[in-house]
Design a binder for this molecule. Structure first.
Ligand SMILES: C[S@@+](CC[C@H](N)C(=O)[O-])C[C@H]1O[C@@H](n2cnc3c(N)ncnc32)[C@H](O)[C@@H]1O
Length: 301
């Protein structure tokens, strides 16, 4: 048994083994700048498991019985910082230009489905923000282009015949549970203005609860972006502030996978500090009023 309070020394070889294992499992790469963070989390997990060496911890993680511990370690390594309406200029570009174009083109083709994916959704604020923006964009669209029939009452958030599916996924089960619950504190609601709060939230003793009509549009699920089996046929993918934790090789692989996961001419949104420059030439960059998006280019052979 490990002695409580005493730090177990990690050897260079043990560190390399565990660093590689984490990378292979989820794509997160801990270079020298982030080595301290990884070592700190490994120390904690070693203590919780009551093991004496990091090599025995590595053996546990790579065994069949260690699957649950591997998930727990990965959960401890993820950074889950997020907020509602994060990166406003980019969301304006999404709502005012890209959604408008998508709705118009789809309507012309009589395709009434819209599929959006928040990949690396953390506690759900990004997915619910997307849902609110889509609902408002559709309402505004029909204000200018009325439906050829009367809208059913009570007015649904998504006017028929449209079908909107928002998938929100993460590798961390704890954040997915919080996202599914959809209750946010006053602090977390800071960027949500008065009008949005009124329309899409109910205030209760714990905080602000996402209204069930909005919740129904979002489906939360576990997906590890490191794997090949990712959700297909998306019109828009948001994968913001996730790739920064991957190395360049993994970022390139992910961007290629997203190309396959998007519908032709679909759109990819990445974080403010992220760029596809040097990673891929399969996308066209759109930059307007400080907001950036990438549109899938059709590869000609
Ligand atoms: C900093 S948060 C970003 C949340 C949100 N996209 C935003 O920009 O506000 C990064 C999220 O990516 C998730 N993540 C990290 N690696 C992942 C992987 N391999 N597969 C799926 N999600 C991952 C983390 O669990 C975390 O919740």
């Amino acid at each position: 048994m490990a002695t409580p309070g005493i730090q177990v020394q990690i050897t260079e070889a043990e560190y390399k083994l565990l660093q590689t294992l984490v990378y292979q499992e989820c794509g997160m790469y801990f270079d020298e700048r982030r080595a301290h963070f990884l070592q700190d989390r490994l120390q904690r997990r070693l203590k919780i498991c009551g093991l004496e060496t990091f090599y025995s911890y590595y053996r546990l993680l790579t065994s069949y019985q260690g699957k649950q511990e591997l998930s727990a370690l990965v959960e401890n390594l993820t950074v889950n910082e997020t907020s509602f309406f994060r990166n406003k200029p980019q969301l304006d570009l999404f709502q005012k230009k890209i959604l408008e174009d998508l709705l118009r083109h789809k309507q012309e083709r009589r395709d009434w489905t819209l599929r959006l994916w928040s990949a690396g959704c953390s506690t759900g604020q990004e997915a619910y923000t997307i849902a609110m923006l889509v609902c408002d964009a559709l309402a505004y669209y029909y204000l200018r282009n009325p439906l050829p029939f009367d809208m059913p009452t009570p007015k649904p958030l998504i006017p028929p015949p449209w079908k909107v599916e928002i998938l929100a996924s993460d590798i961390n089960y704890s954040v997915l549970r919080a996202a599914q619950e959809g209750i946010y504190s006053e602090n977390q609601m800071e960027a949500v203005d008065y009008a949005y709060r009124l329309r899409y939230f109910d205030k209760n003793s714990v905080g602000y609860a996402v209204k069930s009509s909005l919740k129904e549009l979002v489906h939360f699920d576990f997906h590890n972006l490191k794997t090949e089996f990712l959700p297909q046929r998306n019109d828009v993918i948001f994968c913001r502030n996730v790739m920064i934790y991957f190395d360049e090789a993994e970022q390139k692989r992910l961007i290629e996978k997203f190309h396959r996961c998007l519908n032709p001419e679909g759109y990819l949104f990445i974080g403010h500090a992220e760029s596809l420059f040097g990673l891929s030439d399969q996308y066209r960059m759109i930059h307007e009023n400080n907001g950036t998006a990438y549109q899938r280019l059709e590869v000609t052979v």
